[in-house]
Write a protein that binds this ligand. Structure first.
Ligand SMILES: Nc1nc2c(ncn2[C@@H]2O[C@H](COP(=O)(O)OP(=O)(O)OP(=O)(O)O)[C@@H](O)[C@H]2O)c(=O)[nH]1
Ligand SMILES: [Mg+2]
Ligand SMILES: [Zn+2]
Length: 329
């Protein structure tokens, strides 16, 4: 049989596979070090070695998702860079959709989610509920941060109080603070101690500003709100982990404009509404959809005004949206 000639692309692929195999064999016998990913870029990552130095590392092709907070094994290279060889299984991982609707991992091994809002930009309805669904499903403690308290006029305070009243009633921790002044920062600081916390929330609410105030020796990018709104761009472009001197880490991440929960099931959405998930146990039918079934404890509680109607509608809207959008993965 005549030997088939390889196309240029095939030859390149085979050469790459052979080089990969050689490197794999080399890495299998090499002494790797433990490290923690501080930030992930498209093809590289910053890894913190156990001695505290930070190394720009390449990633082995087979690794898949390696994100901020992951614990990895890596190798120092002679050119001053490193190679991540393997990634430890993580405790939990936060995902969110990118601008194409594809789910992307953002960060791993998180204890707390700081859901940040501010009087400006105006919070959009349902955003807190969506973050709570994510946090409850990750078994991560949610804390609501009301930043920019210095901007609270009586009218804005009334608006924020109304928005937060549902969460207060559910006993979620709420911390009011300003990145520009002291009050509130102490309370936040004591909550962050010894834990890994991720700041989440709309672009411009002041996530990076708060971290900057807590960590004056770091240099975070802070954006003018008018610029952010005009450009429709986020100031923080890469998720990054920072350490507190007294123990504990915090993760800054880019703000988001839209927060789809397409990767969740209706049951998982219910899990994120703590008052509804308790009631659901009393529904007559085990597979109750809480839409119009007889004996539905959630519908009964809503009718009797024992639960927040706004939260119930928010739950319904999210569940509806699961049917509407096509999951891309
Ligand atoms: N008045 C006031 N302004 C604040 C406060 N915190 C942040 N800002 C301002 O809000 C704007 C946005 O702050 P950033 O820290 O860049 O916001 P961010 O949430 O990190 O935004 P992204 O990185 O785009 O997600 C900046 O102009 C800050 O100076 C605050 O407590 N009070
Ligand atoms: Mg930022
Ligand atoms: Zn029901």
């Amino acid at each position: 049989m005549p030997k088939r000639r390889l196309s240029g692309q095939q030859a390149k692929r085979i050469a790459r596979q052979q080089a990969d195999k050689l490197l794999d064999a080399e890495l299998a016998t090499a002494d790797t070090e433990a490290g923690k990913v501080l930030s992930r870029f498209s093809k590289q990552a910053d890894v913190e070695a156990e001695d505290g130095t930070v190394w720009r590392c390449h990633l082995r092709r087979h690794l898949g998702d390696v994100v901020c907070g992951d614990k990895v094994a890596w190798l120092r290279q002679s050119d001053g860079t490193g190679v991540i060889v393997s990634c430890e299984p993580c405790r939990n991982r936060l995902y969110r959709p990118d601008s194409f609707g594809k789910m992307r991992a953002v960060a791993s091994n998180i204890d707390q989610m700081l859901i940040t809002i501010a009087p400006e930009p105006e919070p959009f309805a349902g955003m807190i509920d969506r973050y709570l669904v994510v946090a409850e499903n990750m078994a991560v403690k949610p804390i609501l941060l009301l930043n920019k308290s210095d901007l609270l006029t009586p009218v804005l305070r009334k608006r924020m109080d109304a928005l937060l009243s549902d969460y207060r009633a559910l006993d979620y921790m709420i911390i009011e603070l300003s990145a520009l002044s002291e009050p509130g920062l102490d309370r936040l600081q004591s909550q962050l101690c010894g834990k890994t916390s991720i700041f989440a929330g709309q672009s411009g609410v002041g996530k990076s500003s708060i971290i900057q105030t807590l960590l004056p020796n770091e240099a975070l990018k802070i954006g003018e709100l008018s610029e952010q709104l005009a450009k429709g761009r986020h100031t923080t472009t890469h998720t990054r982990l920072y350490h507190f001197a007294g123990g504990g880490d915090c993760i800054d991440s880019p703000g988001i404009r839209e927060f789809g929960l397409w990767h969740f099931t209706a049951d998982e959405v219910l899990k994120g509404f703590i008052e509804l998930r308790e009631l659901a146990e009393q529904c007559k039918f085990r597979d109750c959809q809480h839409r119009h079934e007889p004996g539905c404890a959630i519908l009964a509680a809503n009718h009797a005004e024992e639960i927040s109607q706004r939260r119930f509608e928010s739950y319904q809207r999210i569940v509806q949206s699961l049917d509407e959008v096509h999951v891309k993965d």
